[in-house]
Design a protein around this ligand. Structure first.
Ligand SMILES: N[C@@H](CCC(=O)N[C@@H](CS)C(=O)NCC(=O)O)C(=O)O
Length: 328
């Protein structure tokens, strides 16, 4: 694990000394947008036009943020439109690598050894973390975005000429409510499990733990009255929560010490998790081998032996009770 400093790779773990033991996630740096007409948007200067075959995703199957983009690529039927490279699940002193074994594809564009070489290809003097997902422009040979929440908004609409335009996970009428749910789920749950797991003081851990389970309790209540997070419409808010929920019992309960309750102990959340998992195409994006091997094997400060637990049984194909609410 490390980062680039002026284009040079430095092996360094997260620094929690200046934040009272708290893990503070850095904002993504590349924040441009692919749009239908190629016009710049979001206050940015550079625009990128949606075109089939032009863009590439660098992902890890272990990573919940990258997983969001794979779900969108699958459900929006963009597999022939946007190509993908999968990094190896082990993130060691070189960061993410392109070791092409065990379900990892290698760098199918340039044959690089390390993901940090993709970052320096875009900017030889880049300083910052080297994260997945990366949305890469093969034409301009640069990174468009390394922020998953924005990449999924692009995949939701910009490529509709070649994908499934009938699916909209961020419809105009529901945006305010989706944003409000995200504002609860992101800090307390998506990032909350990391805040608990990477905390280096008891207080920082307890703070994250409290926020996490209070948010899960709220979501459990919400899901007792409706099928999805925003009424009975399946939206972006659900996919953003899903990638954390599916990792919760196999990884976050043990590895990140998020062990007040398992998702399996929440009647609504556990049925909801199965409901989302069973949406056609989604199960193919979930790889428990990469997920468990990555976390337990890569975070040596948390799990020095790198031994990966064998369980738990997940039963995500089992029947769920969510159809009683119908769909919007
Ligand atoms: N804000 C980013 C976060 C991405 C992220 O942190 N990815 C993790 C993997 S789960 C990563 O690559 N971490 C490497 C590092 O922090 O050095 C997003 O949502 O796209």
């Amino acid at each position: 694990m490390g980062l680039l400093v002026d284009g040079k790779w430095v092996d360094r773990w997260y620094d929690t000394k200046t934040s009272g033991g708290r893990f503070v996630r850095q904002d993504a740096v590349w924040r441009d947008w692919v749009t239908v007409d190629g016009e710049a948007t979001g206050g940015r200067e550079r625009g990128f036009r949606a075109q089939p075959g032009r863009y590439h995703l660098y992902v890890s199957l272990a990573c919940p943020w990258a997983h969001r983009t794979l779900i969108y690529r699958k459900l929006k039927k963009l597999e022939d439109v946007i190509s993908v490279s999968v990094v190896h699940f082990h993130m060691g002193e070189d960061g993410w690598t392109f070791l092409a074994e065990d379900g990892a594809t290698g760098d199918t564009l340039y044959g690089s050894g390390f993901l940090h070489q993709i970052y320096t290809r875009a900017d030889p003097a880049y300083s910052g973390r080297v994260t997945v997902p990366v949305l890469w422009d093969k034409q301009e040979q640069t990174i468009v975005s390394n922020e998953s929440s924005e990449i999924i908004r692009m995949l939701n609409t910009a490529f509709d000429e070649w994908g499934d335009a009938s699916l909209d996970f961020y419809p105009e009428a529901l945006r305010a409510e989706i944003d409000a749910v995200n504002a609860l789920v992101y800090p307390a749950i998506n990032n909350g499990v990391y805040r608990a797991g990477f905390a280096t003081t008891q207080d920082a851990y307890a703070e994250a733990f409290g926020d996490l389970f209070s948010a899960l309790d709220q979501i459990e209540g919400r899901l007792s009255a409706q099928r999805y997070l925003v009424g009975n419409a399946l939206t972006e808010a659900d996919w953003r929560l899903f990638t954390t929920l599916v990792r919760f019992d196999p990884v976050y309960v043990g590895h990140f010490k998020c062990n007040l309750r398992r998702i399996a102990d929440y009647p609504n959340l556990s049925n909801y998790l199965r409901d989302l998992y069973q949406v056609p195409g989604v199960a193919e994006t979930v790889d428990f081998h990469h997920i468990k091997s990555h976390y337990y094997g890569s975070h040596k400060t948390i799990n020095p032996t790198g031994v990966v637990p064998i369980g738990p049984e997940m039963h995500l194909e089992a029947a769920h009770d969510r159809a009683r609410f119908g769909t919007a």
